[in-house]
Design a protein around this ligand. Structure first.
Ligand code: GTP
Ligand code: MG
Length: 332
């Protein structure tokens, strides 16, 4: 059960082709001038954003990645062809680091965006470039430059407006399915969701936001227990956290343990705006809780049932309001 939000790959860009050392040969011209062409550029290794992808699974099966070399220059000043780049499609929110220096190479945030992670070598110059008044017959041509080569760590942090935070079975995937076109796997056992799912939630007047359903968080997740920290890592960038607790659970207790796990992992996660959805209200007669929820926190609560659609619109509205407020604050 491995989670494809991390991959380490070894990338080698193509070498530049070498320039050619060559002299023109024509009938009736006994001593032709230099005409060796330039080498082509080596292919880059490139990450490219693809909005359809949610995981780095494809990279897991490709440890060594190489782009093509540039072709050598030819006679008659013919430039060699550039090497074909190797393009790796990745989800939005992918960050690349140099594995040895830990330098951050860059980040993919948009569909179609490209990021070169290993640069192809320049092609060498052919000998005709070196002709001068004092040297009419240069024998020298440049060799192509070597392609860059390095280990790269690739990490995924999903970009979403809302992150669903809850223990396994809280109903996170069911909510995503009820609110968006996403079709996450739903089942009556914990850890149904092993990879995050993103969905776009739209309301009637074309407003929309992206919601991320992540795997359930368990007690001591911050200590690496269970499936561990990886789940929490995904919510770092969500601007609003939607906590989810089933109405059949000890609501205050579960909510506090969730807060505790987040805080132990990264205290600043608690600075993010949050809402609490109490789920599966259809399991209570008349959709009513037995006792009012008492939580030592002024969090706003919404009682919902994804199964019947109860309060779905209210929840959407509340999420929308909060997102608007966040956006306003950020633009100040
Ligand atoms: N009655 C009722 N059952 C629900 C509701 N929402 C979810 N469930 C059920 O609760 C179980 C777990 O739902 P999931 O959506 O898979 O829960 P999850 O939080 O995504 O669970 P993990 O992926 O394991 O973390 C499934 O059997 C769902 O059918 C609801 O509103 N009402
Ligand atoms: Mg799930």
């Amino acid at each position: 059960m491995r989670f494809a939000d991390y991959a380490k790959i070894y990338v080698t860009a193509g070498n530049g082709g070498s320039g050619m050392a060559h002299f023109r040969r024509e009938k009736f011209v006994s001593k032709g001038g230099p005409d060796g062409g330039d080498g082509g550029k080596g292919g880059d290794v490139v990450l490219k954003g693809n909005v359809q992808l949610n995981t780095l699974l494809d990279l897991r099966y490709r440890k060594y990645i190489k782009a093509k070399h540039g072709e050598h220059g030819g006679s008659s000043r013919k430039t060699g062809k550039d090497g074909v780049p190797e393009i790796l499609e990745v989800p939005l929110g992918t960050i690349a680091y140099d594995a040895d220096t830990k330098e951050r190479i860059g980040e993919i945030t948009e569909d179609g965006q490209k990021l070169v992670i290993a640069k192809g070598g320049r092609g060498g110059l052919g000998n005709w470039h070196f002709k001068s008044a004092t040297n009419q017959t240069p024998q020298h041509a440049q060799v192509g430059e070597e392609g860059e080569e390095r280990s790269v760590e690739i990490e995924l942090k999903l970009i979403a407006d809302v992150g669903l935070v809850g223990f396994p079975n809280a109903g996170k995937s069911t909510l995503l399915a009820a609110m968006s076109e996403a079709k996450p796997k739903i089942a009556d056992y914990p850890f149904t969701t092993l990879e995050p799912n993103l969905g776009v939630v739209t309301s009637s007047d074309y407003r929309s936001f992206v919601m991320a359903d992540i795997p359930g968080i368990i007690e001591d997740a911050h200590e690496g227990k269970g499936l561990g920290l990886r789940f929490l890592r995904h919510i770092e960038r969500n601007s609003l956290l939607l906590f989810m607790v089933a109405c059949t659970a000890d609501i205050a207790g579960e909510y506090n343990s969730l807060l505790h796990e987040l805080k132990a992992y990264r205290p600043d996660l608690l600075d993010k705006p949050r809402l609490l959805a109490i789920t599966k209200l259809d399991l209570k007669p008349g959709f009513r809780l037995d006792t009012p929820v008492e939580i030592d926190d002024d969090i706003e609560m919404v009682e919902i049932s994804s199964a019947t659609g109860h309060n779905m619109e209210t929840l959407k509205e509340k999420i929308w309001e909060k997102l608007q407020r966040i956006e306003k604050e950020e633009s100040l």
